[in-house]
Structures are given as C-alpha cells and as structure tokens.
Ligand binder design. Structure first.
Ligand code: DQA
Length: 148
C-alpha cells in the first residue's frame, strides 16, 4: 500500500517568496511543494500539502490524517511558539511527525526559541531554508523504513 505523508504549513507561509526574503528566501510554497513531491516520489511516498492561516483548520487536518497518513511534516509558522491545540492534535497522531523551519528560530528573537510542537515531534530541522523540507522527507522515509 502507498504511504501518504501530510505536509502542513501554518500561518503566513502562503506568502513565501514575498515575505522577508532575507530570512525565508525567495522560493514560494508552490516551489517547495513541488520539490517535496519529487523527493517523496523517489521513496514511493505520496504527499498531500495543505496550508492554513487558522489553527483550527490545522487541527482538523491533523485529525483527518489519523489512521490515513503514515507521517506528518509540519512547519507551524508562528504557531510553533504557542499553538497548544496543534501540539495536542499532533500528540494524537500515531506516525512520525517531523517539524521543519526555513529559518533557525533559535538564532532569532527570544520568543521564537520555544517550540510547543517539538515535544511531539520525532525531530526538528531548522535553518536550512527549503532544503530542510527535503531533509524532512529523507527523515520520514528513514523513520518509515522505506528506501529510495
Ligand atoms: C518559521 C519560523 C517561525 O518563527 C515564524 O513565525 C514563521 C516561519 C520558519 O519556517 O522559519 O512563520 O516557522
């Protein structure tokens, strides 16, 4: 059976490419989604992408992934730092969760130093720009035991 990986993008990530390019780079979310899809295909994984600016929508998407998706890659945007309902939703998901950030929040303002998602993630990849998403796909493949 083909495994599906849910890639979730939180608030403001729809503006990638225009938003603070010095911090987040010039790639758009569509560029990243295409690269993630290609990387995942190499592992025989199918990717489902969703972006929302609303915490409740992201919670619903995590619920919809339960018993359906094999893994979740999530960049929660600013919800990383205070989105406890997203934390709780991810805690109900049985498969691996990999947290990704384009920037390195630990090297930025103090309020970005805490992630409420990290405790329910298998690991976090931060600071490598769009490449971080490819590293996340590699990590998910490894965690699911599939090889390219
Ligand atoms: C981000 C980092 C967050 O602190 C910020 O609020 C974002 C993007 C990143 O990908 O670097 O929206 O998650």
């Amino acid at each position: 059976m083909t495994s599906t990986v849910l890639v979730l993008s939180g608030p403001n990530l729809n503006l990638l490419g225009e938003r603070d390019p010095a911090i987040y780079g010039s790639a758009t979310l569509a560029d990243i989604e295409a690269a993630v899809g290609a990387r995942a295909q190499g592992y025989g994984l199918v990717v489902e992408h969703h972006q929302s600016n609303h915490e409740g929508d992201l919670v619903d998407l995590v619920h919809s992934a339960r018993d359906r998706c094999a893994a979740i890659i999530v960049n929660p945007g600013a919800l990383t730092h205070y989105g406890w309902s997203l934390h709780d939703a991810l805690a109900t998901f049985d498969g691996p969760v990999v947290e990704v950030h384009l920037s390195n929040p630990a090297a930025r303002e103090p309020w970005r130093h805490t992630s409420v998602v990290a405790p329910v993630a298998a690991g976090t990849i931060a600071g490598f720009g769009p490449d971080g998403y490819l590293h996340a796909v590699d990590a998910v493949a490894r965690l699911l035991g599939v090889s390219g």
